[in-house]
Design a protein around this ligand. Structure first.
Ligand SMILES: CC(C)(COP(=O)(O)OP(=O)(O)OC[C@H]1O[C@@H](n2cnc3c(N)ncnc32)[C@H](O)[C@@H]1OP(=O)(O)O)[C@@H](O)C(=O)NCCC(=O)NCCS
Length: 138
């Protein structure tokens, strides 16, 4: 059966949370409604790879729709890795975004090296880093 790539919808939420749970991504697992809000936010391009009705991959880009896109998250089920699904998800998400390029920080350099990405240095700055601990608003 061919893998289908589709826009993320509410019906995919449980399966997507399971994907993240398998990789211990607590930021996406701890509050599924927060993950749903993130995936459906303005400027987010959120896609799932579906095999037999089940999400086996997910990507979220955020984009200005003209120049830049950024990978917020990408994950593929362990059972489905090294089949080009991650590559296809990024490709389709960039195409849909209308942007020219994707920037990302990486937790797994081999994936981006495999796509021949040009290397830069990156940072993640958290709410705690900026003294916003305990606040939920802007
Ligand atoms: C990163 C991830 C999404 C890649 O998904 P995938 O569907 O397996 O990726 P692809 O099959 O499209 O791989 C594309 C290329 O990346 C490279 N690559 C991917 N996985 C690799 C691995 N385990 N070792 C070495 N190179 C790898 C290869 O060059 C590969 O091309 P090839 O298979 O023709 O050699 C998946 O491994 C994953 O979910 N990992 C855990 C979560 C994670 O690390 N997310 C990224 C954090 S920034």
């Amino acid at each position: 059966v061919a893998i289908e790539i589709a826009s993320f919808k509410r019906e995919h939420l449980d399966g997507v949370i399971r994907l993240f749970a398998a990789d211990n991504w607590s930021t996406y697992v701890s509050d599924p409604e927060r993950t749903y809000r993130a995936f459906t936010a303005t400027g987010a391009i959120s896609l799932v790879a579906i095999d037999g009705g089940e999400p086996v991959g997910v990507v979220q880009l955020q984009s200005d729709g003209a120049i830049q896109a950024h990978v917020s998250t990408i994950a593929v089920a362990e059972s489905h890795r090294r089949r080009g699904i991650g590559h296809s998800l990024l490709r389709e998400a960039l195409a849909r975004s209308g942007a020219l390029q994707i920037d990302t920080i990486s937790g797994f350099d081999q994936f981006y090296e495999g796509l021949a990405g040009r290397r830069f240095s990156g940072f993640r700055i958290t709410r705690a880093d900026l003294g916003l601990d305990g606040r939920t608003g802007a």
